[in-house]
Design a protein around this ligand. Sequence first.
Ligand SMILES: Nc1ncnc2c1ncn2[C@@H]1O[C@H](COP(=O)(O)OP(=O)(O)OP(=O)(O)O)[C@@H](O)[C@H]1O
Ligand SMILES: [Mg+2]
Length: 324
Amino acid sequence: MSYIWLQGTREGIPAPIFFSKKRASCGFASSLARLFAADLPTRFAIVIAPCYSPCMTRIVAVANQKGGVGKTTTAINLAASIASRGYRVLLVDFDPQGNASSGVGWPRDRVEKSVYDALTGDVTLAEVVRPTDIATLFVVPATTDLVGAEIELISAERRERVLADALAPIAGDYEYVVIDCPPSLGLLTLNALVAADGVLVPMQAEYFALEGLSALTSTIEKIRAAYNPHLTIDGVLFTMFDGRLSVANQVRCEVAHFFGDKVFRETVPRNVRLSEAPSHGKPCLLYDLRCPGTRSYLAIADEFVDRMTLDPGGDTAPKGQRSA
Ligand SMILES: Nc1ncnc2c1ncn2[C@@H]1O[C@H](COP(=O)(O)OP(=O)(O)OP(=O)(O)O)[C@@H](O)[C@H]1O
Ligand SMILES: [Mg+2]
């Protein structure tokens, strides 16, 4: 199955397209593409993406135990940017701070049932899913109740698989599930990494970040060995990046030396619009489509989706597509 859609490219900005995805078989898609290519004005590009069938889901945890590095900003804007390309995306807020929820229009006072209620078995996760202003983006909200889960889960059976078990019945309804993790390597993050296919690590280009990165990679190794052998690093993303600073470039080179092409080519610049958007309950692309922050997250989403779709046999492919 392939997807074909038309993408406006005003002034070089890939405009998000909502609802415009049409499904077609591969053969049909390519003959349609040739037909359109002949007739369409040049300001339109035709994008044909080989995609997973709807049952193929990539679950990505956005994790870094260091606080304030841009995990939530990345989870919200990556999820929204992928959704704007027509994919069905579920954003799971797994941080008691609930910032990812309020950032897509679900602040504490609007949330009746949260991910905590699904973890404790009061409701199913499907009952907690809420819509957002982007038709293909859905959210599982979190509240401060989630702090309790960290303590209550300690004595639970399969305590590290509670989120994986809750997600299992609904993950297949989405093409991407993006989990926003809290700033710790505790039981919540462990649950997220056990449920995930891959980890996306946002980091700031600072010297101390390198130390945090090695703690995270050794945690990932341990989780791979004990619980989730398929867990891969989907990417390392530099946030609040200022390429004019030599320390930023040095740190980037060092990380690239270690992680190779796992490091996203695109970086996220420091951009005030990205920090303003959550106070309006919107992903940045609905707040300011043209700002540098929106542009970079759209480019990162494209880079991410390309990695996932163009490498179907590699270690970045979803569980169902990995070669044995
Ligand atoms: N690229 C950016 N430009 C400007 N401000 C940013 C950018 N990315 C994040 N911020 C701001 O930095 C702060 C921390 O970002 P964010 O909440 O995404 O980090 P976090 O890693 O999720 O934090 P925590 O560890 O507390 O969960 C927020 O105020 C956010 O608005
Ligand atoms: Mg956060």
